[in-house]
Design a protein around this ligand. Structure first.
Ligand SMILES: *Cc1c(COP(=O)(O)O)cnc(C)c1O
Length: 408
C-alpha cells in the first residue's frame, strides 16, 4: 500500500480534538449526530442515568442543553427542553399530556398556528377543544368539563395585547386538577415568570425575543412535574421535534444580550406609545403600560412595570392608508414576526388574521388600519420620526377616501 493510500484513509477517519488544557470561552457548535461510547457498559451507564452523556442528537445534544439550562434559569424551571420551533414546543407539550377523549380549553386570541393546532389538528386525534376569553377567568372556569386536561393561554394576547390573569386562571385550573400551559413568548421571564404564579407548563417561541436576531427558529418547553417533563422530552425525541445545534448556538449567542435588549426595547416601546398618542391621525394606541388600557391595573400588578416591547395602534382609513403607511416607512421591516433587534411592523388583517372574515376581524377590533409594532433597540428619535412621517402619509392617503365616503 502506498503512503498516499494511508494518507487518504486517515483523512476519511474522524480526528480527535487536539489536546488542550484550556477551555474555549465560547460554547463550541457540536453538529455531531452521533456520539461514540467507550464500551457497551458505558452506554448502559448513560441510558440508566449513572453517567452523563449523549448517544444520538435527536435525543439530546450539548448545544440544546446549554441553551435550555439558560432559559430554565430565566424561567425558574428545571429540565426544560429546546425544540425546533415554538410550535414544536407547544405540540410536544400537548401530545405529551393529551389522549383521545380529553378536552382542551384555549384562549380565543391565541397565536394563529396554535389556534389551528387546537381547532383543526387535535380534533383529528379525538381531542375536543373549546375557546374562551383569556381576559375573563370566569369564562375559562365556565368552559371546564370533567374531561378537561389542559388550559392553553398566552400571557399577553396578539395583537390586541390583552393581559390574562394567570394567577386567577391557575387557581381555577388547580381547583379542577387541570394543567395550565402558558405561552410566555410576548412577556418573557424578564417581565413575568408563569411558574411563580401557578403555571404547570411554560412554552416559548425562542425565535422571538429570547434569541432576538431573527436568524434561528426555536422553541422551549418546561414542566413543573418531572413526570410530565420526561413525557415531553420523550415526545420531542419520538416525534422528531429536536432543534439543530447551530440554531441553538445562535440563540445562545443572542440570549447573552437578552436582558439588555429587552430593557432597551421596552423603554423604546413605552416612549413610542406615549408619542403615538399625540400624533395626529392615530385613533387608538394599545399598550398595557398606558393608563387607558383595559388591563392596565392587572399589567401593573403582574409585570411589575415591565409591559414589554409590543405596541399596537389604529389609523382611520382602509387598505389604501395601510399600504401607504408601510410604503412610507421603508426602513422598518414590514414582517409578521416580533422580538427582533430592529423594529418590525405587522398588519394583522393581511397576515396573522387573514383567515378570519372581515366581520370576525372587526369583532376583535382588527380593522384595516390596525398595526402592531414590535419595537426594537434602535435610536428612539429615529423611530419616532420614521413612524410620524409614515402616519402623516397614510393620513393623507386616507383623507380623500374619507371625504368620498362622507359624500356618498
Ligand atoms: C411565533 C409564536 C409562536 C410560534 O413560534 P415559532 O417559533 O414560529 O414556531 C407561538 N406563540 C407565540 C405567541 C408566537 O409569537
Amino acid at each position: 500500500m502506498s503512503d498516499r493510500d494511508d494518507e487518504s484513509r486517515s483523512i476519511v477517519r474522524r480526528s480527535r480534538m487536539p489536546e488542550n488544557s484550556f477551555r474555549p470561552v465560547v460554547t463550541p457548535v457540536m453538529p455531531s449526530v452521533v456520539y461514540a461510547a467507550g464500551s457497551p457498559d458505558a452506554l448502559d451507564d448513560m441510558y440508566e442515568g449513572r453517567a452523563p452523556g449523549y448517544a444520538y442528537a435527536r435525543e439530546g445534544h450539548p448545544n440544546a442543553d446549554v441553551l435550555a439550562s439558560k432559559i430554565d434559569w430565566l424561567e425558574g424551571a428545571e429540565g426544560g427542553v429546546v425544540t425546533a420551533s415554538g410550535m414544536a414546543a407547544i405540540s410536544a407539550a400537548l401530545f405529551a399530556v393529551l389522549s383521545e377523549g380529553d378536552h382542551v380549553i384555549g384562549g380565543t386570541q391565541l397565536y394563529g398556528r396554535t389556534l389551528r393546532m387546537l381547532r383543526q389538528e387535535l380534533p383529528r386525534f379525538g381531542v375536543r377543544v373549546s375557546l374562551a376569553d383569556p381576559a375573563d377567568p370566569t369564562a375559562i372556569a365556565a368552559a371546564i368539563r370533567p374531561e378537561t386536561r389542559v388550559i392553553v393561554i398566552e400571557t399577553v394576547s396578539n395583537p390586541a395585547l390583552r393581559v390574562a390573569d394567570i394567577p386567577a386562571i391557575a387557581r381555577i385550573a388547580a381547583e379542577h386538577e387541570v394543567l395550565l400551559l402558558v405561552d410566555n413568548t410576548f412577556t418573557t421571564p424578564r417581565a413575568f415568570r408563569p411558574f411563580d404564579h401557578g403555571a404547570d407548563i411554560v412554552v416559548h417561541s425562542v425565535t422571538k425575543l429570547l434569541a432576538g436576531h431573527s436568524d434561528a427558529t426555536l422553541g422551549y418547553v418546561a414542566a413543573r412535574d418531572p413526570e410530565i417533563a420526561q413525557a415531553i422530552s420523550d415526545t420531542v425525541a419520538t416525534w422528531g421535534m429536536t432543534a439543530s445545534p447551530f440554531d441553538c448556538w445562535l440563540a445562545e449567542r443572542g440570549l447573552h444580550s437578552f436582558a439588555v435588549r429587552f430593557d432597551r426595547a421596552q423603554e423604546n416601546a413605552e416612549e413610542l406609545a406615549h408619542f403615538l398618542e399625540d400624533v395626529p391621525g392615530v385613533s387608538q394606541v394599545i399598550y398595557p403600560g398606558l393608563s387607558d388600557h383595559p388591563d392596565h391595573a392587572l399589567a401593573q400588578r403582574l409585570f411589575n412595570g415591565n409591559c414589554g416591547n409590543m405596541v399596537s395602534f389604529v389609523l382611520p382609513g382602509g387598505r389604501a392608508a395601510a399600504n401607504t403607511l408601510v410604503e412610507a416607512a421603508p426602513n422598518i421591516a414590514f414582517a409578521p414576526t416580533l422580538g427582533d433587534i430592529g423594529t418590525t411592523l405587522s398588519h394583522p388583517a393581511s397576515s396573522s388574521h387573514r383567515a378570519l372574515s372581515a366581520a370576525e376581524r372587526d369583532a376583535l377590533g382588527l380593522v384595516e388600519g390596525f398595526f402592531r409594532v414590535s419595537v426594537g433597540i434602535e435610536d428612539i428619535e429615529l423611530l419616532k420620526a420614521e413612524l410620524e412621517t409614515a402616519i402623516e402619509a397614510a393620513s393623507r392617503a386616507a383623507a380623500p377616501r374619507n371625504l368620498r365616503e362622507e359624500r356618498a
